[in-house]
Design a protein around this ligand. Sequence first.
Ligand code: SF4
Length: 461
Amino acid sequence: MRTEPTHQRHSAESALFALYARRTVPRYTSYPTAPHFEKNFPEEIYRNWLAVLPIQEAISLYVHLPFCKQMCWYCGCNMKLIARYQPVRSYIDNLCAEIDLVAAQLPARMKVAHLHFGGGTPTAIHPEDLEKIVGKIEEHFTFTADAERAIETDPRTITNEMIARIGALGFTRASLGVQEFDPTVQAAINRIQPAALVQKTTEKLRAVGVKGINYDLIYGLPQQTEAALCKTVQECLAMKPDRVVLFGYAHVPWMAKNQRMIDEAALPGAEERTIQAHSSAQELIKGGYVPIGIDHFALPGDTLTKAMRAGKLHRNFQGYTDDDARSLIGFGATSIGRTPFGYVQNQSETGAWARAIEAGHLPVSKGLVMSLDDCLRAYVIERIMCDGTIDLEIAGGFFDAEPDWYEHEVEQLEILARDGLIIRKDARITLTPAGTGLARIVASTFDSYLRHDRARHSVAV
Ligand code: SF4
């Protein structure tokens, strides 16, 4: 049998990988994805969904605080810079009113297993306002004994007073935006933040009782190199975060205007991005972290690692999670909620969101009622993203689908198998090691909305 020399085979494989890596596909933090939610979603439907939430099940809560003290050029979030504090204070008053409105719709005082504060920078508000929001939540909900309370922080601007309040309010997890320590990259993204500052913030958070520390890193930033990112990883390893998330920078200046400040000529190309993603992941693995899904890493004893090993990993708007609640209530402008019946998204424009609440309405703007086919595809996509393997016939059986429900996908699956991204055995598909980093591509095979999709997504790697 004639075989190609190994180096030729490897370069053919990496060329193929690079071709797939350049494809733009959703991140699948939900399915259907947010661009496919329907506009003008009736508030009445959401009221009805809330009224029949199963009272025996714990739910999750998400609170969106879209304020920051400084602007990072790479940011893709819905946020406002704090020029005066009064608009922040008004936002928090409306947020508390929204919590009252939602709680009034619920069938009972619900149990909460996960609370997540995201943004923006939740720690940009005054500590007493954080306490006010948590107090409002505790007025209406009961936390389970092992509930997680998580908050996103900015090491540059968090104060000692806020750290003390985070500890006093019982937060169990904090995420720190690290991104990259190289000073040239930090200047190119307008986020100056020395490693010593991150280390100090980590120590202070741990000292007030925050047990879980997450670091967010980004590859593909302007001026970034493989060597600089690997050095950043080494510095992070010394600080022993419990989890690390390694995102690829998504350059979408048509959506995030601040990204126009980034010099496109300084962005690494597709091949360099792939190298950065691969090398930094290897550094983390060598440092003892367990790879979770496409972009998370956790210490072996972390609950995320345990969830993955038990086949109980999930994916939500924050990425991978051990949160298995079927219902998530989102508070704040732009926030997305999920119930067993479908998704809702709040008004993204802060003024429209506030006016709806002041008029006594749930500030819903978009949503989607899940069909049985949506539920099946959501399940398949989540299991591909989390487990890397799924039996399509068994999955179809959970949702009363015909055994050949995926006949339109077979041709695409054959191409993915031929290109070495998956292995097919009867109805089971399994990601290969090369396909694991491209799980979004494989998952997109089952996205029936994508065929008609005009939305622009980020590249797969
Ligand atoms: S990246 Fe974070 S801190 Fe920077 S502007 Fe965006 S939300 Fe604010």
